[in-house]
Write a protein that binds this ligand. Sequence first.
Ligand code: GLN
Length: 338
Amino acid sequence: MKKNISKAILLLTLLAFIGTPVLKAQTKEQIEKALNEAYEKFKNLKEGKNADYIKELASVDPNIYGIAIVTTDGQVYTKGDLKSAVSIQSISKVFTMAKVIEENNPKFIMDKIGVDATGMRFNSIVAVEMQKGKEINPLVNPGAIASTSLIKGADSAAKWKSILQVHSDFAGRQLSLDMPVYISEAGDNLRNQAIAHLLYAYGRMYFDPVQSTDIYTKQCAISVNAKDLAVMAGTLANGGVNPVTKKVCVSSETVKYVLPVMATAGLYDDSGQWLYATGAPAKSGVGGGIIAVVPGKFGIAVISPPLTPAGNSAKAIQTIKYIIEQLGVNPYQITPKK
Ligand code: GLN
């Protein structure tokens, strides 16, 4: 009798497990296949153009094409060029925002910056002016420079050290600055200086505007390869714990507030189209990188410098869309209970 009961319990447990509406598990083979297929399909895509408003970016090899996936249990999958590094650019905005939330609280960002998408280009001055410095967004330049200004630290050097450290923790190795990119942008970033000063005039810049813009320019020039970016995305997918080094970079509570902003504003004014196609929070940078997060499963990153008119890597968009679709991991894809 007892045996029959335990058999029944086992059967029920198995049935419950089979019936659980989880997305199908991704095997090693499925991930490798999706990566290989995407690479072959898009390697010759000739869409887009390198950013050239930062002079140094115009001369980056447009043929760099690297893909990496890092799962929440620390497996690393790669394809293509993993050696070439590019500047992280706007992808850094995610990690500085995370640090600001971590050092304060989610409401702090809402009050000091705002989280609604501007729906405008990433360096729009009109967006600041229309809202009188309120409701800017941490993932576009005005809100990002304001985030940088909010990082704790006695002076500019301490703030920069803290920002570089959080990026390195997410990547799982000590990152460094791409000096030529930094010098190139620092010598030519009057537009970002203007944004910082306009915010300052509205009382929405929280440290010296010249120095804040300089730290922001440095954070954008951090040098990363596709694997670095995928580990960073994988850490977000894993609730703030680096799945490779196991270091707690930020709390899962912080990540809970970072991902929605990536979902609504990560690809600038193309964020809606992106989310519609993938369901995945993501962030692009004009260096040619895009990261995307499949919460609880994996982080993915692609580097390919030529950009669409909205400023997002053309090849990275296609590649990540394809892989998410092939693996069936769009977080909004629900298996109905029958
Ligand atoms: N450093 C760049 C800028 O401020 C970052 C922009 C981006 O990647 N979209 O213009």
